[in-house]
Ligand binder design. Structure first.
Ligand SMILES: Cc1ncc(COP(=O)(O)O)c(C=O)c1O
Length: 451
């Protein structure tokens, strides 16, 4: 990296000590205490949207906030930067990056997408890329990321190539084959694919994507840059950025890694692009490397970036630490998904091995879920009338396509259920019974009242 700023972190590889995993594991009642700030009575089976943060980590955050408020100048000059670097070092080891200056802490995946896409947009605007060169993305990419492509790339003259993925999906091969077809389409008429954006775990519908294989295909096909949007990854699947091999990889720490909102890491592989990566909020540190630019974007609360070590202490109270949590969340969500699908006579949206802590479960066709509005109405109704919090996906059956059927018709709605350490069997039973009651009462989505 040019003009390396030593404050970006130490470049020499040093293994930080692995925290000890306790021999006495956290009890059920201690878990309940850690999440006692959750609204009682709500079956919260949507960790995927906003994540969750235990009380002990919130307390650590509060201590940082107080330390700042007690003596802001001392905190700014003596503490903040070092502590952010300490968090980045922990992340560097967790994700198997080579250098701590490959790891920046930013607010969220949306900010990271802006960083990557602004760099692409500048290359179009400055004539380094030809008009109509393209950015490849999955058709089910996160809406905010799609809007960023529109804002930074399309307006600067770039085009978009979408990869249409099948859903429900039966195998990784189905995804790989569609991806290859879109690469061919992207490269047609002499265009260059300047960037591919690949989700590690898609949001809606939620599926774990064979990201390593897709990055490999990108490299073989001459795609210039690859950005993995792994908003849901850390804490729900193994993250090894070297194994994935992308140029950029972002994951929220506030979704599945128990940080308070909001904080994400953005990994940028060390390369000659590194000096052209900038935070969208320009402040005093502009030009000093992305990690340092991101560590001061004006006066604000940085405490969520300082609690990564407190999160490690929390997860290491569980058997197997974060890996044990991931494994159990996966096993439980598959079990719960199967239980719901069996009760409703429906299907799962993907094989269990293509999901992590979230799984898609088909809803009975008798609910007549026929539009995005119906999906939102059902979600709101479940919240207002049953205290169940779960996102609902509408899957249109298009002419000529073979849809999946239950005994009454085509399945056009799927619930995305999550499992996190605070969930109990009762949460899923409550959801099961709510849907069964709606069906038994002959209710369709159109009939549902929202408070
Ligand atoms: C795949 C994906 N990308 C990006 C985001 C945006 O995350 P954030 O709102 O934290 O920026 C999400 C949020 O759910 C997501 O699922």
């Amino acid at each position: 990296m040019e003009h390396e700023d030593p404050r970006n972190g130490e470049s020499n590889h040093r293994n930080s000590k692995k925290p000890k995993i306790s021999s006495k594991f956290i009890s059920e009642s201690e878990i309940r205490d850690e999440f006692s700030h959750h609204q009682p009575g709500v079956a919260r089976i949507n960790n995927g949207s906003f994540g969750s943060c235990p009380g002990s980590v919130l307390e650590a955050q509060r201590q940082w906030q107080l330390q700042y408020l007690r003596q802001p100048d001392g905190f700014y000059f003596n503490t903040l930067r070092n502590r952010i670097t300490a968090s980045r070092k922990i992340i560097k080891d967790l994700i198997n990056a080579d250098y701590v200056d490959e790891v920046s802490l930013v607010d969220n995946a949306t900010t990271a997408a802006a960083i990557v896409l602004q760099q692409i947009g500048r290359s179009f605007a400055e004539g380094k890329f030809q008009k109509n060169d393209t950015v490849l993305m999955l058709h089910c990419a996160f809406q905010a990321v799609k809007k960023s492509i529109q804002a930074y790339v399309t307006r600067a003259g770039g085009s978009i190539t979408e990869v249409r993925l099948p859903f429900p999906v039966n195998s990784e091969e189905e995804i790989i084959s569609e991806f290859k077809k879109s690469i061919e389409k992207g490269k047609s008429n002499g265009r260059k694919i300047r960037l591919a954006i690949i989700d590690h775990i898609t949001s809606m519908p939620s599926v774990v994507i064979p990201v390593k294989e897709l990055v490999r295909i990108c490299r073989a096909e001459g795609v210039e840059q690859v950005f993995v949007d792994a908003a849901h990854a850390i804490g729900s699947v193994k993250v090894d950025v070297k194994e994935v091999g992308a140029d950029f990889y972002v994951s929220n720490l506030h979704k599945w890694f128990f940080c308070p909102p909001s904080v994400a890491f953005l990994y940028c592989k060390k390369s000659n692009l590194s000096s052209d990566m900038h935070h969208p909020v320009v402040s005093h540190e502009y030009g000093n490397g992305l990690p340092i630019e991101s560590a001061w974007i004006g006066t604000r609360d940085y405490s969520s970036q300082l609690v990564v070590s407190a999160v490690l202490e929390f997860v290491n109270r569980f058997e197997g630490g974060i890996e044990g949590i991931m494994k159990r969340n996966h096993e439980e969500v598959v079990k719960m998904g199967k239980m719901l699908a069996e009760s409703w006579g429906t299907n799962l949206g993907s094989p269990p091995e293509m999901c992590a802590g979230m799984i898609m479960v088909g809803l009975p066709s008798r609910l007549c879920l026929n539009s995005e509005e119906d999906a939102l109405r059902l979600r709101s109704h479940l919240r207002d009338c049953y205290e169940v919090e779960v996102p609902i996906f509408y899957q249109a059956v298009k002419d000529g396509e073979e849809g999946v059927r239950d005994k009454d018709g085509f399945i056009t709605g799927y619930a995305r259920i999550s499992h996190q350490v605070y969930n109990t069997l009762q949460d899923y039973e409550k959801f099961r019974d709510a849907i069964n009651q709606l069906v038994d009462d002959g209710k369709t989505c159109k009939m549902l009242l929202i408070e």
